[in-house]
Design a protein around this ligand. Structure first.
Ligand code: SAH
Length: 350
């Protein structure tokens, strides 16, 4: 019988399992605490659970733990991990230090099928989605390595989180539980390339996390050239979903905008972008694009980015330029995994 990853079970599902096994209800919380608060890697460490129960669990389940395959540390404290999943696939996880606390950026899939033209993560397509326990395992592997607490999570690593909806929802339930890592939804950001039906589905959950939308261009012509997902869900539909999301959840959406030299960085484009999102109170994160192999794009220069930002501000849109962390390590997100052995440094942004 194939073993099931028990660390993917939110507490309610563990409760169902304990009932099925004829155990008292409080065992579910005990087990959940061992897995997600103490973050043990083996059933034998769960010293207050009955031996007979542990034997059954051992036979039917595994604990999904991730091993550090490679680790790169930047002078600014950013650490980038290549982590090995139980089946041998690798993904990337990043530890970042901000003034407000430590943040872990997690991957949600092995590869990605969204096809954004500037992104290294999608170049080999999607191999598979991660389980909830594997995504949580990324956080625990980083915490274990650093020996420090994490206060914030961003779902901005490899993969499209809303293309792995159910597992990502289970992960959010697990990681935000006060009986586990206890990272509040207010401290979690989920980034999407814009899968409209899934944004609508997410809104219904009223989770209180920050939804971050990778917009990157204000017109369909420009956006479709950069992101094939725009052919399925064009800008008007995406913006309608974002406004509805804000209305339903009472939470402001934020937008990511990766700046590509000569493609989406003109003053006219800034005006169109401002027109598109004015009045939403939304925040725009401007990010110089990270050039990846096989992509025709190069980054806008710093002066151009400042000008773009100033125009947005003048037009009533709040925009910041994202601080580049880890500038001396590794390359754009997804490249470490694809090359297996890391390249000369650029930036970890994106
Ligand atoms: N699939 C999700 C989350 C992962 S990518 C999404 O699309 O939002 C995280 C962010 O990095 C996205 O905004 C993505 O568009 C951006 N990104 C990817 N590759 C990049 C690159 N080479 N340079 C700059 N930003 C990049």
């Amino acid at each position: 019988m194939d073993q099931i990853g028990i660390s993917s079970y939110p507490e309610e599902r563990l409760a169902g399992l304990m009932q099925e096994l004829g155990q008292p209800a409080f065992r579910a919380r005990q087990l959940f605490r061992w897995l997600h608060e103490k973050q043990v890697c083996a059933f034998c460490e769960m010293t207050d659970l009955p031996k007979a129960l542990l034997a059954v669990l051992e036979e039917r389940f595994t604990i999904e733990t991730l091993a550090v395959q490679r680790r790169q540390q930047s002078r600014d404290g950013t650490v980038k991990y290549l982590l090995r999943l139980p089946d041998g696939n690798c993904i990337e996880t990043v530890w970042m230090r901000y003034s407000y606390g430590n943040t872990v950026c997690v991957s949600t899939q092995v590869g990605c099928r969204m096809g954004c033209r500037f992104c290294a993560s999608t170049q080999g397509g999607r191999v598979r989605s991660l389980t909830a326990g594997e995504i949580a395992g990324e956080v625990y592997a980083a915490v274990c390595d650093m020996g420090e607490r994490v206060s914030h999570i961003v779902l901005m690593g490899i993969g499209e989180p809303l293309d792995n909806f159910d597992n990502v929802m289970d992960f959010l339930s697990i990681i935000s539980s006060p009986h586990g890592a206890n990272i509040g939804m207010r401290n979690i950001s989920l980034s999407t390339c814009g899968l409209v039906p899934m944004i609508e589905k997410l809104a219904e959950r009223h989770l209180g996390l920050t939804l971050s939308v990778s917009l990157h261009a204000p017109t369909n012509e420009m956006r479709s050239a950069m992101m094939p997902v725009n052919d399925a869900y064009p800008v008007e539909q995406l913006m309608r979903a974002c406004r509805a999301y804000q209305q339903t959840t009472g939470r402001r959406v934020s937008f990511e905008y990766s700046m590509v030299n000569g493609v989406n960085d003109s003053p006219e484009t800034a005006r169109r972008l401002a027109q598109l999102i004015r009045g939403m109170g939304a925040h725009v994160n401007l990010i110089p694009i990270n050039p990846v192999d096989g992509s025709p794009y190069s980054a806008s220069d710093a002066a151009n980015i400042r000008r773009f930002q100033a125009m947005l501000t003048q037009l009533g849109v709040n925009a910041t330029v994202r601080r580049r962390l880890g500038a001396d390590i590794s390359a754009a997100c997804g490249q470490l995994r694809r090359e297996g052995a890391g390249l000369p440094a650029d930036s970890i942004d994106g």
